[in-house]
Design a protein around this ligand. Structure first.
Ligand SMILES: [Cu+2]
Length: 67
């Protein structure tokens, strides 16, 4: 399953790493690609193990808002 999340507040390489790491730590997340300029995060995941709600929470814990 692939999806694109819209994340507000990511401005630099540190933000990119924080979001990438937070998502990568979730079981079932296979691939994460952050696009700073667009404010989007492309994720590929196993929908039987993880869902958008869990990914949203992981990003919000890092201090960013998910639309
Ligand atoms: Cu930053």
């Amino acid at each position: 399953m692939k999806n694109t999340l819209h994340v507000q507040g990511m401005t630099c390489g540190h933000c990119k790493m924080a979001v990438t790491n937070a998502l990568s730590e979730l079981e079932g997340v296979k691939q994460v690609e952050v696009h700073l300029e667009k404010g989007t995060v492309d994720v590929e995941y196993d929908e039987t193990k993880v869902n958008v709600e869990k990914m949203k929470e992981a990003i919000e814990e890092q201090g960013y808002d998910v639309k």
